[in-house]
Design a binder for this molecule. Structure first.
Ligand SMILES: [Cu+2]
Length: 233
């Protein structure tokens, strides 16, 4: 039994004959998938803003991210990557403009696709391509505290949470999806989600961050950062 609005579409399309056979995608109603994320932290640890939680829904049929996600930018300013977490289309690129008055390096040792943009000066921009979907940790080889996460996706159904953990992914066609929820302090949550025609409005998820321990990452040579070098700038 089709939902009432789908029946309306059938009636409208019926005079077109063959068009009805081609209209299955039109008939797949779209709803929002929305809800609430929370982070379970160890006692005494505050979750803080959940703006850096990324949620995506990958349809069963391969698809791609929208064009506007294929070229994005992450600034380097006051020895920070901004934004700290960036979403990009798999196969797309992230430009890293250096907005500080001194040089930065940008590299990743990710097994998904390592790269090294080298050292470059104030005002210069270099870009990295993220071919495989997944989560990449990106660093500066000079400033150990500079950390950027790039989430490369193959779907248009992707969003960040609000600071309070609410989220909404709009216009999701009915079907089965792989839901991925990521935050840097938790392991990725993956589950199969069946989205009905009317969408899902009260998805509640908890990410377990209790096992998280902050640890120093290594430089691009796999060595600890030398304090003297980092302090020089
Ligand atoms: Cu730097």
């Amino acid at each position: 039994m089709l939902p009432p609005h789908a029946q309306t579409l059938v009636r409208v399309l019926a005079p077109l004959g063959a068009a009805v056979m081609l209209s299955s995608s039109v008939l797949r109603a779209q709803g929002a998938v929305s809800g609430q994320i929370r982070l379970i932290d160890r006692p005494g640890v505050s979750a803080g803003s959940l703006r850096d939680v990324v949620l995506s829904l990958e349809p069963e049929r391969p698809t791609s991210a929208p064009a506007w996600l294929s070229k994005v930018s992450v600034g380097m300013k006051q020895r920070e990557f901004e934004p700290h977490v960036q979403i990009v289309a798999a196969g797309g690129s992230v430009a890293y403009p250096n907005q500080d008055p001194f040089s930065h390096n940008v590299f990743s040792n990710s097994s998904l696709g390592a790269f090294d943009l080298g050292l470059y000066r104030s005002g210069k921009t270099r870009a990295a391509t993220f071919t495989s979907p997944g989560v990449y940790a990106v660093y500066c080889n000079i400033h150990a505290r500079m950390v950027n996460y790039v989430i490369a996706v193959r779907t248009p159904y992707v969003t960040r949470a609000q600071g309070n953990g609410t989220f909404s992914i709009e216009r999701v066609p009915a079907g089965n999806y792989t839901l991925r929820v990521w935050h840097e302090r938790a392991s990725e949550h993956v589950e199969v989600l069946r989205v009905p025609a009317e969408g899902l409005t009260s998805v509640t998820l908890a990410l377990d961050a209790r096992g998280y321990t902050p640890s120093a990452h290594t430089n691009k040579f796999g060595q600890p950062y030398a304090a003297t070098r980092a302090d020089r700038y």
